[in-house]
Design a binder for this molecule. Structure first.
Ligand code: GLV
Ligand code: MN
Ligand code: MN
Length: 415
C-alpha cells in the first residue's frame, strides 16, 4: 500500500463547515431530506467536489456522484459514499462523515498526484434517514432496483408534500437515470452509533453486515369526546390503546434479549388538546434483530399484542407493515481490504454487525460492499450531542482510503 494518509485537520474542518448548515441551538443538525438546509449542503458539496477537479452528476433521485478518473476508464468506479441528510435532532457525524471522507480522499489523492486504476466516485445518497419520507435508504434503494423511482416520487411527508416535488423544488431532480451505471465496489465509512468499539478501546470496526429490520405504522381510531363529562366506562380513548401497545411492544424486544430492539419513535395524537379524549393516534414501530427468523417471531408477537389490545378495548387498530429489510452480509473481498488496511495502519480493529441501517444495505445488492465504523462518544447517535474524537475520525478516513487502494491494487494486479 502506498504511504497515503488523509489530512485529518482538513477533514475535521470540512465536517465542522457542514455542521453550520441546518445547525441547531443545541449543537446538533436538523437537515431533513429535501429541505432548504439539505439544498444548502448539497450546493456546497457539489462546489467542493468540482473544486477538487471531479465531474459531478446528479441522478433523477438527487443522488450526487463526484467522479475522479482512473488510469483505466473501462473499469467500473470504486464508490465511496453515505448521506448528508440528518434526523430532526441529528448530530454532526451521522452520514456526513462518510461523504466528506470521500471528498477528503479526492483531495488527498490530488495532493499526492496519485491515480487509481479504476475511477473513483464519491456519492451522496438522498434520504437515507427515512425520517421525513419513509422508507429510509430510499435513493440507494432505487439505485439498487429495490424501489421504483415513481414510488419514491409519490411518497408524502407528514405534511402531505411529495418527495418528487420537493426534489424539484431544491433543484436536485437530475436527468440521469438512477441506477444506470455499475459500481465496481462500494465502501461506506460511518460512526458506530453504538458503544462496542469505545468500550473495547478499538479504533476500527470492520462491519461484516447489518441486522434485519421491519417498520410498521399503526392507526388507532377511537372517539373524540369531552374530557370532563364522559364517564370512564363510556370512552373510546385511542391514546390508552396506543399506550398499551407501546408497553407491550417494548416487552416484545425484552422477550428476545439481548439482541432484539423495538422503538416507538413517532406519535401523533388527534386532536391533541388537553381536554379532549384522543379520537385517533398514529404511531410508528421499528423492530430489529440480527437474525431474520427471530425478527419474524417478534413481528408475529407484535401482531398478537395489537390484536389483543384492540379486542380488549373494543377499538379499531389498523396496522401497516410499511418497510422491511432482511439482514445483510457484506463482501468478503471488500472486508478483507478493510482488514488489510486497518492492519497496515496499525489500528486496533474488530468485526462488528451494524445495528443501524445504511445505504450500503441496498448497494450490497448490486456491488461488492463493505463498511467501516469508528467509535463515537458513549455510543450516542441520533442525538444533537453526538461526538467523535478527531483522532478516530482521521483513522477511519485513513482506513477507508487504505481499503480503496488495496481493492484498486487487486484490480490492477488482476487478483
Ligand atoms: C438509520 O439511521 C437507522 O434508523 O438505522
Ligand atoms: Mn447514517
Ligand atoms: Mn441516522
Amino acid at each position: 500500500m502506498p504511504n497515503l494518509r488523509v489530512n485529518g485537520e482538513r477533514l475535521w474542518a470540512t465536517i465542522m463547515e457542514t455542521a453550520k448548515m441546518g445547525a441547531t441551538a443545541r449543537g446538533g443538525i436538523c437537515r431533513l431530506t429535501l429541505t432548504d438546509a439539505d439544498r444548502q449542503v448539497r450546493n456546497w458539496f457539489v462546489r467542493e467536489c468540482q473544486a477538487a477537479g471531479s465531474a459531478v452528476t446528479v441522478d433523477e433521485m438527487g443522488n450526487i456522484f463526484a467522479r475522479r478518473p482512473g488510469k483505466d476508464s473501462s473499469l467500473p468506479p470504486i464508490a465511496i459514499g453515505s448521506h448528508l441528510d440528518t434526523q430532526p435532532t441529528g448530530g454532526k457525524f451521522d452520514g456526513v462523515y462518510g461523504v466528506l471522507s470521500g471528498l477528503e480522499i479526492l483531495r488527498t489523492l490530488n495532493d499526492a498526484d496519485y491515480t487509481t486504476s479504476a475511477p473513483l466516485e464519491v456519492v451522496s445518497w438522498t434520504n437515507e434517514e427515512g425520517s421525513r419520507f419513509t422508507p429510509p435508504m430510499l435513493a440507494s434503494g432505487v439505485f439498487a432496483g429495490v424501489f421504483e423511482r415513481d414510488f419514491a416520487y409519490a411518497l408524502e411527508d407528514r405534511g402531505g408534500r411529495k418527495f418528487g416535488e420537493e426534489l424539484g423544488r431544491i433543484g436536485y431532480r437530475g436527468r440521469v437515470k438512477c441506477g444506470d451505471h455499475k459500481l465496481g465496489a462500494y465502501f461506506e465509512l460511518h460512526i458506530e452509533q453504538g458503544p462496542v468499539l469505545e468500550t473495547e478501546n478499538q479504533t476500527i470496526g470492520v462491519v461484516t453486515g447489518v441486522q434485519s429490520q421491519s417498520w410498521y405504522e399503526v392507526t388507532v381510531t377511537g372517539r373524540e369526546s369531552h374530557a370532563g363529562s364522559t364517564p370512564m366506562h363510556l370512552r373510546q380513548d385511542a391514546m390508552v390503546v396506543c399506550a398499551r401497545i407501546v408497553e407491550a411492544t417494548h416487552q416484545v424486544a425484552l422477550n428476545h434479549a439481548p439482541l432484539a430492539v423495538s422503538t416507538v419513535g413517532l406519535v401523533e395524537v388527534r386532536p391533541n388538546s388537553r381536554n379532549v379524549i384522543p379520537g385517533s393516534v398514529f404511531f410508528t414501530v421499528d423492530l430489529r434483530h440480527p437474525d431474520d427468523a427471530v425478527l419474524r417471531r417478534m413481528e408475529e408477537e407484535f401482531k398478537v399484542v395489537v390484536n389483543g389490545v384492540a379486542a380488549d378495548m373494543g377499538i379499531k387498530v389498523a396496522v401497516v407493515n410499511n418497510w422491511s429489510s432482511p439482514s445483510v452480509k457484506f463482501d468478503e473481498d471488500c472486508l478483507g481490504a478493510v482488514r488489510a488496511a486497518a492492519g497496515d495502519l496499525g489500528y486496533r480493529h474488530r468485526d462488528i454487525v451494524s445495528g443501524a441501517g445504511h445505504d450500503a444495505v441496498y448497494i450490497a445488492r448490486v456491488a461488492p460492499t463493505a463498511m467501516i465504523f469508528v467509535p463515537c462518544e458513549h455510543g450516542i447517535s441520533h442525538n444533537e450531542e453526538e461526538k467523535a474524537e478527531p483522532e478516530h475520525v482521521t483513522a477511519g478516513a485513513n482506513a477507508l482510503l487504505g481499503a480503496v487502494i488495496v481493492h484498486d491494487n487487486a484490480l490492477r494486479d488482476g487478483a
